[in-house]
Design a protein around this ligand. Structure first.
Ligand SMILES: Nc1ncnc2c1ncn2[C@@H]1O[C@H](COP(=O)(O)OP(=O)(O)OP(=O)(O)O)[C@@H](O)[C@H]1O
Length: 805
C-alpha cells in the first residue's frame, strides 16, 4: 500500500474514429447540398445504365473534344456518356454502380441529417466492395470489358503475373471472408452454429408435422367423439367425395357449434379466423442481465472475499489504552461551598442591575460550571448580555462567559471557571463508548463538554479544521489529541498524515511512524516538513493527488471516497485500470501564520484549492495558528473552514477572526476551548495528551512491521529557483514588469521589497530578482546589501525594455 503510483490514473486515449470533417451547415445549405448529391447520384445511375446500351456508339464522340452540336445517344447526353466512359469503361466496370449509390446515399444522409460517421463507414466499405467486385469481374473479362472496367482488368493482369489465376481466386476468397468477419462479425463458430441450427430446424419441423397430426386424433374429448359420430352419419347420408380438411372443419362449426366449441379442433380454427380482443397479455418475466463486471466482481469476492486494505499489515496491532495516562482520578469533585458562593454572587450582581431571577441551576463541567438562569418575566436578554463585563468583574473571576440565551433553551447561561479544574485525559476520551463505538470515517475525541460528555466529531464531515489560540493555550496538545484519536481508530492503510511543522519540535515525534502513517514527496528524506519552501511543493503535490483522485472517482462513477473504497473492496474496480484503495490524507500545519508570512500566495492558493475541493476525495486539512489575524486567516481560507476551534486568544478581535463571534478571549486557557462547526458554539475542555504519552504510542506503532516506504505523494516539479543569468525573455515571470517598476521606483534591489509589494513568496521574488539581473536592471548579488539598481527612472526602464525586443 505504501507504494503509490505517482501517475495513477491512466485514462485510455479514446480510439480515433474515422470522421468526416465537421462543417456546420445551415438547414438551407443542407437542403441544397443534400438534393444536389441525391440528384447527382441518380444522374450517375441513369448515365451508367444507359452506357450499357449506348456506350459503343458514343465511343467515337468521346475521343474528340465534345462540341455542343455533337450528338450522343446516352440518356444523359454528353456528360452522361463521359461519366459512363470514365467510371465503367476506364474505371471499375459494373461495380461503379456502387458509386452512384453512395453519392445518392450521401445526399439522403445530408437531407435527413443523419450522423456523418455512419456515412463514412458506408463509403469505406462501399469502395472496398467496388474494388473487390471489379477485380472479380476483371478475372473473367478482357481489356476493354465493361464487366470489371480497366482498373479491374489491370489489377487482375498485374496480380496474375505474380500469383497466377489460382492465387487471385484465393485472394478474392480471402477478401470475402475478411469482409464478412469484420463487417458482420462472422466467426467460424457462428458458421458451424448456423449450419447445425438449420439442421435442427429442419428436424424439428419434421417432428412437429408428425405431432400435429397425431394428437388431434388422440386427444379427442367426448364432444369431439360426438362430433365424429355426427360427421360419420352425415358422410353416410351424403355420399359425396371427402372434402379438404379445412372445409370440413368450417362446416363442423356451423352445424354443431355448441358441442365442438371446446374441442382441440375448434380452438385451432378459431385462432386462425378471429382475434380475441379480450385476450390478456402475459408479460414474461425476464431476469435482469447481470453485467460482466458485476459477475466478475461477485466471483472474485466469492473466491477471495472482499478486498482487505489492511492485509499487507495484517498483524498490525492498535495501541492499547494503557499507553495513555489516567489523570482524572476520582472524577469531578463538586465543591458545594464554591457552588453556593458563586450562586450568591450571581444573584447579588444581577440584583444590583435590577435583574430578578426566577430560578437557577448549575451544571458542573471539568473546568467550568454552567449556571443556568431563568430571569423573571419582563427582563430583556440584551440587558444581561450588555452587563457581561460588569458581571464578570463582580464575580472576580477570569473566563466568565455569558450565553444569552442558551440556544434551544429559554435560559441564560453564565459559565464560571472552577477553582480546581479537572484534567480531561485522552485516555478517558478514547475509552468512552461514544468514541469506541463510533462508525465515523475519521473520528476525533476532542474532549468533554460542560455536561461531561465526550465530544466525538468526524473530521471527514467537518471537512477541514481551523485551530487558533494564543501561545501556550493548548493548541499543540489539541493537535496531538486529534492525531492520537486517529491513531487509535484507523489502520495505517486507511489514513495518512502530511505533517508540516515549522516550529520543528512539535510533531517530530511522529517521525517514528513514517512508514506506517506518514505521506511524503518521493525524493524527500524526511516525511515531516519543517522547511517552509518545501511546503509549497507538498501542497502542490497534494493538489495533483486531488486531481488524480477525482479522475479515479470519475472513472469509477463514484461521488466520494467512501463510495469508491466500498466499490474497490467489493472488487468492482480493476487495479489494472489504475484503481487502488485510497487512504484518507490528513494535512496538519502547525503554524500557518509562519507559512503565510514567508510564502504568501504560493501557499494560500493551493491551500484554498484543497480546502474548496478536497473534501470528496478524502483530503482533509487541519490548520493551526497562533496569530489569528485577517492576513493569516484570509477570507478565502475562512470561507472553506466551517469547523473551527478557538483556544484562548488575547483579544476580542482575534476571537471574531476565528469564530466570527467573541468568547475566545474569555476562555481560561489550558485546553479550554470553543468549538463550532458552522452554527452552535460549544465550550469544551480539550482532552490532554502529554508528550511522553504520544511518544509511547508512536514507539508502540513504530516497533511493528511497516510498509517499505512512506505513502508517496505524486511528484511535483516546482519551478526551480534558477540563478542562471541567461534567462530567456519569454520565460520571464508574469510579474516581471511590475517588479521592475517597483524596484526602479524604490531604487532598491531587494527580494523582500518585491515580497511585500507584490505579495509574493520568497522563491518567486528571488527568481524575479535573478531575471532582473539578467535583464540588466539590477546589479549582482552583494551579500547582505541590497542590489544596485542600474536603471535610474521609469522612462529609462521603458526604453531599456523596448530595446530588448
Ligand atoms: N487540554 C489540556 N488540559 C490540561 N492542560 C493543558 C491542556 N492543553 C494544554 N495544557 C497545558 O498548557 C500547556 C501549553 O500547551 P500547548 O503546548 O499545547 O500550547 P500551544 O498553544 O501549543 O503553545 P505554542 O503555540 O507556544 O506551542 C501544556 O504544557 C499543558 O500544561
Amino acid at each position: 500500500m505504501a507504494k503509490k503510483k505517482t501517475k495513477s490514473t491512466k485514462t485510455k486515449a479514446p480510439r480515433k474514429k474515422l470522421k468526416l470533417p465537421s462543417y456546420k451547415l445551415s438547414s438551407q445549405q443542407k437542403l441544397v447540398l443534400g438534393s444536389f448529391l441525391s440528384m447527382f447520384g441518380l444522374l450517375l445511375c441513369v448515365a451508367f445504365v444507359s452506357f450499357f446500351f449506348t456506350g459503343d456508339s458514343d465511343q467515337s464522340l468521346l475521343d474528340a473534344f465534345p462540341e455542343r452540336t455533337s450528338e450522343t445517344k446516352n440518356w444523359a447526353s454528353q456528360f452522361g456518356a463521359w461519366l459512363g466512359d470514365f467510371f465503367i469503361q476506364r474505371g471499375f466496370g459494373i461495380s461503379s454502380f456502387i458509386i452512384s449509390g453512395l453519392v445518392f446515399l450521401s445526399g439522403a444522409y445530408v437531407l435527413m441529417n443523419i450522423e456523418k460517421s455512419k456515412l463514412s463507414k458506408h463509403w469505406f466499405w462501399g469502395i472496398l466492395i467496388m474494388i473487390w467486385f471489379s477485380i472479380l469481374l476483371g478475372f473473367f473479362g478482357n481489356k476493354n470489358s465493361i464487366l470489371g472496367g480497366t482498373i479491374g482488368f489491370e489489377i487482375n493482369s498485374y496480380l496474375q503475373d505474380y500469383i497466377g489465376k489460382i492465387g487471385i481466386a484465393l485472394l478474392l476468397l480471402f477478401g470475402l471472408i475478411s469482409y464478412l468477419a469484420i463487417r458482420f462479425k462472422v466467426t467460424f463458430e457462428s458458421i458451424t452454429k448456423l449450419f447445425s441450427s438449420a439442421k435442427n430446424n429442419i428436424k424439428d419441423e419434421f417432428a412437429e408435422a408428425k405431432d400435429a397430426i397425431v394428437p388431434i386424433d388422440n386427444n379427442l374429448t367426448e364432444e369431439a367423439e360426438a362430433f365424429k359420430a355426427v360427421l360419420k352419419t352425415q358422410e353416410e347420408s351424403t355420399p359425396e367425395p371427402p372434402k379438404p380438411k379445412e372445409n370440413i372443419e368450417v362446416t363442423k362449426k356451423e352445424i354443431i357449434n355448441p358441442i365442438i366449441e371446446k374441442t382441440t379442433l375448434e380452438v385451432n380454427i378459431a385462432e386462425e379466423e378471429t382475434i380475441d380482443e379480450d385476450l390478456e397479455i402475459k408479460v414474461v418475466d425476464v431476469p435482469e442481465e447481470v453485467s460482466e463486471t458485476d459477475n466478475l466482481a461477485n466471483k472474485l469476492v466469492e473466491d477471495f472475499g472482499q478486498f482487505d486494505p489492511t492485509l499487507e499489515l495484517g498483524k498490525y496491532q492498535f495501541p492499547p489504552l494503557d499507553l495513555l495516562k489516567q489523570y482524572d482520578t476520582g472524577g469531578i469533585t463538586i465543591n458545594q461551598e464554591e457552588l453556593e458562593e458563586n450562586k450568591n454572587k450571581i444573584v447579588e450582581t444581577l440584583n444590583n442591575y435590577k435583574i430578578g431571577i426566577a430560578s437557577i441551576k448549575a451544571t458542573i463541567g471539568p473546568t467550568v460550571t454552567l449556571y443556568e438562569i431563568v430571569p423573571e418575566a419582563g427582563i430583556r436578554i440584551s440587558k444581561i448580555k450588555n452587563l457581561e463585563d460588569d458581571i464578570a468583574l463582580s464575580l472576580a473571576a477570569l473566563g466568565i462567559r455569558i450565553i444569552a440565551p442558551i440556544p434551544g433553551k429559554g435560559t441564560i447561561g453564565i459559565e464560571v471557571p472552577n477553582k480546581n479544574s479537572t484534567i480531561v485525559s485522552m485516555r478517558s476520551a478514547i475509552a468512552s463508548q461514544k468514541f469506541q463505538k463510533s462508525d465515523m470515517q475519521l473520528p476525533i475525541a476532542l474532549g468533554k463538554t460542560i455536561s461531561n460528555e465526550t465530544l466525538v466529531v468526524d473530521l471527514a464531515k467537518m471537512p477541514h479544521l481551523l485551530m487558533a489560540g494564543a501561545t501556550g493555550q493548548g493548541k499543540s496538545v489539541g493537535l496531538n489529541a486529534v492525531l492520537t484519536s486517529l491513531l487509535y481508530k484507523k489502520h495505517p492503510a486507511e489514513v495518512k498524515f502530511v505533517l508540516v511543522d515549522p516550529k520543528k519540535v512539535e510533531l517530530t515525534l511522529f517521525n517514528k511512524i513514517e512508514r506506517h502513517y506518514l505521506a511524503k514527496l518521493p525524493d524527500e528524506a524526511e516525511a515531516i516538513i519543517t522547511d517552509n519552501t518545501k511546503v509549497i511543493n507538498t501542497l502542490n503535490s497534494l493538489c495533483i493527488e486531488m486531481d488524480n483522485r477525482y479522475e479515479m472517482l470519475k472513472n469509477a462513477l463514484c461521488r466520494n471516497i467512501a463510495e469508491y473504497n466500498t466499490k474497490f473492496k467489493a472488487r468492482k474496480l480493476n487495479p489494472n485500470d489504475g484503481h487502488q484503495f485510497l487512504p484518507y490524507i490528513v494535512l496538519v500545519v502547525d503554524e500557518f501564520a509562519d507559512l503565510i508570512m514567508t510564502a504568501g500566495k504560493e501557499v494560500e492558493t493551493p491551500v484554498a484549492r484543497l480546502a474548496q475541493l478536497a473534501r470528496a476525495i478524502g483530503i482533509h486539512l487541519i490548520i493551526a495558528t497562533q496569530r489569528p489575524s485577517v492576513n493569516v486567516i484570509t477570507g478565502i481560507i475562512k470561507a472553506n473552514f466551517p469547523a473551527r476551534i478557538a483556544f484562548r486568544v488575547s483579544s476580542k478581535i482575534d476571537s471574531r477572526t476565528i469564530l466570527d463571534a467573541g468568547g475566545a478571549d474569555q476562555l481560561i486557557g489550558r485546553g479550554d476551548m470553543l468549538y463550532t462547526q458552522g452554527n452552535d458554539m460549544i465550550r469544551i475542555q480539550c482532552a490532554f495528551v502529554d508528550t511522553p504519552e504520544v511518544e509511547r504510542i508512536v514507539d508502540f506503532i513504530g516497533a511493528q512491521k511497516a510498509y517499505p516506504d512512506a505513502y508517496l505523494l505524486p511528484e511535483y516539479v516546482g519551478e526551480e529557483s534558477g540563478t542562471s543569468l541567461d534567462i530567456d525573455i519569454s520565460d520571464r515571470d508574469k510579474l516581471f514588469k511590475d517588479a521592475a517598476i517597483v524596484i526602479v521606483t524604490a531604487q532598491q534591489g531587494s527580494a523582500s521589497l518585491l515580497q511585500r509589494k507584490l505579495k509574493l513568496g520568497y522563491n518567486r521574488a528571488g527568481r524575479i530578482i535573478d531575471q532582473l539581473e539578467a535583464a540588466g536592471i539590477v546589479g549582482p548579488f552583494e551579500g547582505s546589501k541590497a542590489r544596485q539598481v542600474l536603471v535610474p527612472d521609469l522612462i529609462a526602464l521603458d526604453q531599456h525594455l523596448e530595446n530588448e525586443i
